[in-house]
Design a protein around this ligand. Structure first.
Ligand SMILES: [Zn+2]
Length: 571
């Protein structure tokens, strides 16, 4: 249903506290308005501010902060003589999208790796791994991106033997795009320092042949990082991957992220820092560092303390800790309250946790004390309960815990008893609704493992109803990078749909900014906030919900600077 903009309801607000110039993208601060003003006009501006949802125009100063909002005439009058004008061509403007869960350098890197299609047999892995080796004759490792999930079973030969035949002379790394497992050959196992007597690392599984105890070459969950670290790419390759992903984010209208990869064993933070130093950063990034379950607790906390940064004037911060509670349902590594039919191993009838409870509580309490917000990967209902328990046990006031906005991401299954605890503890529920995850056929398929609980997965509406803070993210490149697609999926899914378009937009803008922790400076179009916005080729309120994903981003602005302009669009 199209919303009619009521011009009478529009009011002019001139910045009472506009920014005082200085470096671009400095946080809004007190001072006199800057002189050089840019006016954005000829637009249907949906501000996401409930008191003033629509405007015709706005203006921002040279530090990229919005100083006026209202009708065209009002904003032009407020802007004074001879402002720069951006003509939005009558199109819709939204605040820039905010993505609290995205794998930024990894997505760019994965696009450059040799791609292996999913195959039903190890034979197809063999052929494809050999082809990948042929495509990178000079590389120290043969690196490939595998199918979405590896086939975990084998008949006559172990995967490692098949892969040794395919790539006999170099270590091989095949990663799955869900980030849950890797496959490697014998040279890869050796390069990672693994021998067949090694125990499983905390939070991971080295798959073995049950009859001989030999490694199969499949390393699940946290165990995969032993090989990934050994196969770490050159710093420059990681940086190029980051730049390619930043382009893709801008193209999709994303102006703020939390990069939840954060593999500081693989120079991801160094790549981000280089982008900040070389002024190639085109998003606000409040990034996460990965918490390794198998590293020494105190040494790792020292590392986190050393790396913490939370300067609101900087485009780049490291203020979030990514903590995996469990794995994924499809592998049987998600932890559930009740046993389920888990394909990974009879040893883990209800999945397996990354951390022991006591250790997890210590980590979360200590990270909170340093200043970190934790972003907890949780799929199963047992994992979610464990995370809520650990957050509740933090030694701080209830207000102090809630103010940090710790979040649980994925939250596929939440037990009824735990639903109200999100609002009580101030924990944000961050969901992804990628087409694969909400597909009715997939839900039917998952009933084989978890019964009818499959139909309650990703309970977005239920958490919204409970009064919890909710956000939507993409989990790119495990899911597609499309905030507009996310809005469409959230509205049109068969269960737990978001109630209306206004809510869906808020979940990808202001509410996601709340989750990231900077809704005071971005996430809506409001005087005093950064001019982070997108111009879209259609008005979301004038198309059907099932057409929203087809809308194109014409331009993306970060702090008033264009970071993407679509070919042919002339603002
Ligand atoms: Zn993820």
């Amino acid at each position: 249903m199209p919303l009619l903009r009521s011009l009478a309801a529009l009011s002019l607000i001139v910045a009472a506290c506009a920014s005082g110039g200085g470096e671009p993208n400095q946080a809004p601060s007190e001072g006199s308005p800057s002189r050089a003003v840019t006016v954005v006009t000829n637009a249907a501006v949906y501000t996401v501010e409930p008191n003033e949802p629509w405007a015709e125009a706005f203006a921002f100063d040279e530090s990229g902060v919005i100083v006026a909002l209202g009708t065209r005439d009002e904003v032009l009058t407020a802007a004074g003589a001879d402002p720069t004008v951006i003509d939005a061509g009558g199109n819709m403007i939204l605040p820039g999208f905010q993505d609290p869960h995205v794998h930024v350098p990894e997505a760019g890197i994965n696009q450059t790796l040799c791609f292996m299609a999913g195959g039903p047999s190890l034979n197809s892995y063999e052929t494809q791994a050999r082809a990948c080796a042929g495509q990178q004759p000079e590389a120290d490792w043969v690196r490939a991106v595998g199918p979405w999930l590896f086939d975990l079973t084998w008949d006559e030969e172990l995967p490692v033997d098949v892969l040794d035949r395919a790539v006999p002379d170099r270590p091989l790394l095949i990663i799955d795009r869900l980030g849950a497992a890797v496959l490697t050959n014998t040279l890869g196992l050796q390069a990672a320092g693994l021998s067949s007597h090694d125990q499983d690392p905390q939070g991971g599984v080295l798959q073995r042949d049950p009859s001989t105890g030999r490694f199969t070459g499949l390393l699940l969950e946290n165990a995969q990082h032993l090989v990934r670290n050994a196969a770490a790419l050159d710093d420059d390759v990681v940086y190029q991957g980051l730049l390619s992903s930043l382009d893709e984010l801008a193209r999709n209208g994303v102006t703020s992220v939390t990069d939840v990869g954060g593999y500081w064993g693989q120079s991801h933070p160094a790549a981000w820092q280089r982008a900040a130093d070389e002024a190639t950063l085109t998003v606000r990034a409040a990034n996460a560092l990965y918490l390794y379950p198998d590293l020494d607790l105190n040494e790792q906390l020292d590392e986190f303390e050393r790396r913490f940064s939370d300067n609101p004037n900087s485009l780049l911060r490291y203020n979030t800790a990514k903590i995996y509670m469990d794995g994924i349902l499809d592998l049987g590594t998600a932890t559930l309250l009740e046993p389920y039919d888990a394909p990974i191993s009879a040893d883990y009838p209800s999945g397996f946790p990354y951390f022991e409870s006591a250790e997890l509580r210590t980590y979360i309490a200590e990270l909170h004390a340093i200043g970190y917000r934790v972003a907890v990967h949780s799929i199963g209902d047992a994992a979610t309960r464990e995370a809520l328990d650990a957050i509740e046990a933090i030694d701080d006031t209830a207000a102090g815990i809630a103010a940090r906005r710790h979040r649980i991401t994925h939250a596929y299954l939440v037990d009824e008893a735990d639903v109200p605890r999100f609002a009580q503890l101030g924990v944000v529920a961050d969901f992804q609704v990628s087409p694969d995850a909400i597909d009715p056929d997939y839900l039917d398929f998952m009933t084989e493992f978890i019964g009818d609980r499959a139909y309650d997965m990703i309970p977005t509406a239920q958490l919204l109803d409970s009064g919890a803070s909710v956000s939507l993210s993409t989990d790119w490149d495990a899911g597609p990078l499309s905030p507009l697609g996310t809005i469409e999926q959230s509205l049109t899914r068969s269960t737990n749909a978001v109630p209306d378009l206004e809510t869906a937009i808020a979940l990808t803008t202001i509410d996601a900014a709340y989750a990231i922790g900077h809704d005071d400076t971005t996430g809506s179009i409001k005087v005093g906030k950064f001019a982070d916005f997108v111009i879209l080729d259609q008005n979301l309120f004038e198309v059907g919900p099932d057409q929203i994903g087809e809308i194109s981003v014409l331009a993306t602005y970060l702090g008033g600077e264009a970071v993407f302009i679509a070919p042919g669009f002339k603002p």
